[in-house]
Design a protein around this ligand. Structure first.
Ligand SMILES: Nc1ncnc2c1ncn2[C@@H]1O[C@H](COP(=O)(O)OP(=O)(O)OP(=O)(O)O)[C@@H](O)[C@H]1O
Length: 288
């Protein structure tokens, strides 16, 4: 399948900490939303920094729109929209002033679309950004990122400051965005319920390594968690256990094919797994 973004064996070590990204490989196919998950400090922002060339990688390759991004690749950067958690713009500007600046930077800057989003998100054009609430600055950053018609949208915790109804509205906007099959989103977030709603793939990073790349529907519909006692756990074939956590009275075992496990071990309880529980089992659990 063709990809809008492809990372191959990307590694990065920081001089001032022990953290290292180790051989990160994953792809973002055209027309898809890829959820990028992992605990605090797992390496999500570092990976995104490598993609955007704000952090220099030590080795590996990154292809965007089918070609390797160079350091000052203006053409590729025109086609990427980025939203960070936190300060995206200097606070002394107003949304109206931002629009004047972006008109000069982005070839495809769309004033009408930007005005539309400002209205839609209830943002005033003249108010200084530093007087916005956190949610308002995030909405503004998303509006600005969408208004230069990017083909790839990179969201680094971009929705964490939004209330549930606003997040829901944003998810619809993101789904519309990828609807044409020509655009994609790399969506890093801790709010995995949002990914359950809109992601096509989940990429899990842990301590700088990719632990899982999987279709979201497979996780939601096929994976499961078997709740078993010691006897049931010991009777299970090793190959059926992906990861497990021992609790006081039961052991939770992550399995990749819920239906198969239910048939193979009759009378057992195998729940559907949420992305949150999957992440916990894979990052904190024991493995074969
Ligand atoms: N400039 C830097 N120098 C040294 N270490 C750094 C630097 N930037 C980040 N790190 C370290 O790299 C690790 C990964 O950080 P990163 O921000 O990529 O994680 P993350 O998955 O985005 O976390 P979070 O979910 O908390 O945002 C952390 O241990 C962090 O301390």
């Amino acid at each position: 399948m063709e990809s809008i973004l492809r990372l191959k064996e990307v590694s990065k070590a920081y001089k001032k900490s022990d953290f290292r990204l180790e051989q990160i490989s994953f792809s973002v196919p055209y027309g898809s939303i890829v959820g990028f998950v992992g605990e605090n400090g797992a390496g999500k922002s570092t990976t995104i920094g490598c993609v955007l060339n704000t952090i220099s990688r030590d080795s590996g390759s990154i292809e965007v729109f089918g070609r390797e991004m160079q350091e000052q690749d203006v053409e590729i950067k025109q086609r990427i929209g980025v939203v960070y958690d936190g300060e995206n713009f200097p606070g002394y500007y107003s949304a109206g002033q931002l629009s004047d600046i972006f008109r000069g930077i982005y070839e495809k800057w769309d004033d009408a679309l930007f005005q539309f989003y400002l209205k839609e998100f209830g943002l005033s054009k003249g108010q200084k950004i530093k007087t916005y609430s956190k949610g308002m600055t995030m909405k503004l950053a998303i509006a600005a990122a969408l208004s230069h018609h990017p083909d790839l949208l990179i969201l680094d915790e971009a929705t964490s400051g939004l209330d549930p109804s606003m997040r829901d509205e944003m998810l619809d906007i993101f789904l519309d965005f990828v609807g044409t099959e020509k655009r994609s989103i790399l969506f890093s977030t801790h709010i995995t319920s949002d990914l359950e709603k809109i992601a096509d793939y989940i990429v899990l990073i842990h301590k700088g390594k990719i632990l899982l790349t999987e279709e979201k529907d497979k996780i939601v519909y096929h994976y499961g968690v078997m709740r078993c006692g010691k006897g049931q756990f010991n009777a299970m074939e090793e190959n059926d256990k992906i990861a497990w956590r021992r609790r006081d009275y039961q052991i939770d075992v992550l399995v990749s094919d819920r239906e198969k496990i239910l048939k193979k071990y009759p009378g057992t309880v195998v729940d559907h797994v949420s992305i949150d529980e999957l992440v916990v089992l894979l990052t904190k659990g024991e493995k074969r």
